[in-house]
Design a protein around this ligand. Sequence first.
Ligand code: AMP
Length: 567
Amino acid sequence: MNIVGIDLGTTNSLISVFTDDGPELIPNALGDFLTPSAVGLSGKGQVLVGQAAKDRLVTHPQLTQSRFKRYMGTNWGQKLGRKHYRAEDLSALVLGSLKADAEAHLGAPVERAIISVPAYFNDVQRKATMAAGQIAGLKVERLINEPTAAALAYGLNDKDGESTFLVVDLGGGTFDVSILEMFDGVMEVRASAGDAFLGGEDFTDVVTKHFAEKLDVNLDKFSAKKAAMLRDLADQAKAKLSSEHEVSFKFIDDKSNEQTLSLTRNKFEELTEGLLKKLRHPIQRAVMDAGLRAENIDQVVLVGGATRMPVVRSLIARMFKTFPVHNINPDHVIAMGAAVQAGLVSRHSALDDIVMTDVCPFTLGTEVAIEIARGQHENGHFQPIIERNTVIPVSRSVRNATIHKGQTQLNLRIFQGEAPRVNNNVFLGQVNVSIPKNNKEHEAVDIRFTYDVSGVLEVLVEVLSTKEVSRLVIEGNPGALTKSEIDARFKELDKLKVHPRDETVNVAFTARLAKAYENHLGDTRAEIQHMITVFEAVLARQNKHEITETREEIEPHLKAFEDRSIF
Ligand code: AMP
């Protein structure tokens, strides 16, 4: 049974499949790989999807919708004819159309899919995407972050190399930046950042506004039809400026006067200066989060139609002093990568030697109370347990204590987000734990979060004195896995549920350090003490990658001390 890859884009969507010849795009009924993410109603009330709907955006703006991806998971909705549509309903219609194209092309039913989402999508937006798939009759096997998909498409070209990628994806409405490392066929996402409200369409908006000023018209008072025509023209001007230095167009205004509108690349650069500044910030944050500097980036991969703009390319070239690669069409990269992921999920034999790891795109934690004055506590603070950009699957634990002596209940609330106060984060669930009455001391509890690649979070709360464990499973995508599948997955992850300090390899390493400390004196001893302190601090952070790296860094020095041990 085929699993398809789907790039559900703001402007365009694509569908792909993994074949014996590698990832392949599937053309739609019109023979195009790109299906516009647009939905409309015909005069007879028939639902139109793709190019047919897009063509009517200008002529029938009231009966057509596009760019709805940015409203996924919100209360936004729009009436088309008599029916009310949410963003996921409109997305479901696009997915349904892609599904039909794939079925016609493959000559077989298509029921399973991998769908790409911006790395920055939160849990609610991800759920909305899954829901759209379900409405379209697709079992969504997994969501894949768009930059991860892009890197997978490129990673395949360079399977044996060791490389650090920066994936810059500027689509119609979203901006994603990711840092990925590829070594020994393992692709690891080290960091991701982005802006869910920044994209090529914002560049079009700036040009539309500029044209309106030149025509001396107030866009709000312009007829909807003329406003849409002007926007269309601005979009064409923007795209043409990617290959030409100056463009000009004729425009018939509301009073039937013909006007000439022109724009140079220099002027365009000046108009979009503010947007270019906004692009810089997530790029810098991703590089910083990955603990890297600009010069550590080996390859810059461009994704999304809007990266064709020379202003964007030169901004990146200036920041990284290297020219971005783009040998795969930037509009096709994500769908190609989604097909690779589909191949991985269906365990295609050509992909046997490629392993993937992914990161948790947001921080997961609990609510805690902090002491603001002696004996006075304030609730509502966020305690991160799994931090944003942690490689998954992952398991982390923290030890907390009850606030009050004699307290017999602990209501632990779980949140996702980046805000210091839980009110501004997304509430995921709650565990109620019974605590034995202890009037003398605060009771200690260990809270363990384990997060799986399928987006399922397992929360274990253990009361230390009674050894009683409460468990809560929060599904990012309810219903995708059965209860026994989830239990089996977390059983597999049991090996992660050990503090790194207690892992054999680290226990042995710590013992070697201690022995070396014992065997030396003076300055050497001080150096070994420093190594021990560094290693303990890294162990406390429970980051596997960092622990391995630190062990590897210390190893040759430790070995040298062992070799010249004075005893
Ligand atoms: P995507 O969501 O990746 O399909 O990106 C679509 C965005 O890229 C839209 O805002 C397009 O206007 C923009 N785009 C497509 N082609 C070009 C081009 N040649 N130059 C500038 N922008 C483009």
